[in-house]
Design a protein around this ligand. Structure first.
Ligand code: FES
Length: 97
């Protein structure tokens, strides 16, 4: 095993866990669209290779979903819906300056 430091300035995890309405889950707020719009914004801003967006499974705060967390900065957005992507992009922009 090799231990390394992350190659990214920021790594954005978007929970896309979907319980199909049986119980609250992040996909209820269309988190797959949040993820795809974040990826598009990162590409459009030229941040590819510096900011990585990854799908996450459940992060334990399902009732507050959708959840998006940014590491290593320990930023956590809850109650996220696609309309909030601009605010997350603004937070990422502040990390890139
Ligand atoms: S379903 Fe997203 S945090 Fe649990």
């Amino acid at each position: 095993m090799d231990q390394n430091t992350s190659p990214y300035v920021a790594h954005v995890f978007v929970c896309t866990n979907d319980r199909g309405g049986v119980r609250k889950s992040c996909a209820d707020n269309n988190s797959p669209l949040v993820k795809s719009e974040l990826k598009a914004a990162i590409n459009a801003n030229g941040w590819k290779g510096k900011i990585r967006v990854s799908t996450s499974g459940c992060m334990g705060l399902c009732a507050k979903g959708s959840n998006v967390m940014i590491y290593p900065q320990k930023i956590w957005f809850s109650d996220v819906s696609p309309e909030d992507v601009g605010g997350i992009v603004a937070a990422l922009e502040s990390l890139m300056t």
